[in-house]
Design a protein around this ligand. Structure first.
Ligand code: ZN
Length: 225
């Protein structure tokens, strides 16, 4: 697992060169945002140890397998002492509810029941929950209110430039293939742009500082289809 400090408070953890999770520092310890695929529990815990603080809570952007993959293993290790927070709708889908229409992407079976289901405006420490449905039905993003860093899960990717996941992109075709509702995904991308983030942190690809113009370009290219 490669670790990179991207802000004073956030460390980006990258597994197998293509999937990111994040450690977000709070006064009481760390929030782990996403868990990558299965088999990562040991290295996620080692990264937290290296950051010098315990994981206090796990917050997810959405229910796809490359984000929730190590959740059950972490819950098994920590039990109730680490709180699990999931976007409401994706938690219900992981719990067995079927949404309308086709549901692309990988939805693994997850036994962890979240302690809290997140909705618009909720806070996870310093992070504000921003609903960004489209890539998945319940997808959410997290705005660090301390410096406007924005963790967007799979609303955008950042290989060879920022792209909305509605948009088929050869460098990382899986993102578009896994996207549930492309129109809503682009609408969520616009709403994220309106937050004027200082740093864009994505599930797949490198961090982008001062991402305003890259985001605008990505949205224009997504609108062209
Ligand atoms: Zn995804």
């Amino acid at each position: 697992m490669k670790t990179r400090r991207v802000t004073d408070q956030i460390t980006q953890l990258t597994r197998m060169h293509f999937v990111n999770a994040f450690l977000v520092r709070e006064e009481d310890g760390l929030t782990l945002v996403d868990t990558t695929m299965g088999g990562a529990a040991d290295s996620l815990v080692a990264a937290a140890n290296a950051a010098g603080a315990p994981i206090r809570r796990i917050a997810l952007t959405h229910g796809h397998g490359d984000h929730v993959g190590s959740l059950d293993a972490l819950r098994e290790r920590f039990g109730a002492e680490v709180e699990v927070l999931m976007p409401d709708l994706d938690a219900r889908i992981l719990g067995g509810e079927k949404p309308d229409g086709k549901l692309p992407g990988s939805w693994p079976s997850v036994t962890t029941v979240p302690d809290l289901r997140l909705a618009a405006g909720d806070r996870v420490g310093s992070l504000e929950v921003i609903p960004t449905p489209g890539h998945s039905p319940g997808h959410i993003s997290y705005l660090d209110t301390r410096d406007r860093s924005l963790i967007v899960g799979d609303v955008f990717t950042a290989y060879g430039g920022v792209q909305v996941t509605s948009h088929f992109h050869l460098r990382f075709p899986f993102a578009a293939m896994a996207t549930w509702d492309k129109e809503r995904d682009v609408q969520s991308a616009r709403e994220l742009a309106a937050l004027s983030p200082s740093l864009l942190l994505v599930g797949h690809g490198p961090a982008t500082s001062n991402p305003g113009s890259a985001i605008d370009r990505a949205i224009r290219s997504a609108e062209r289809g």
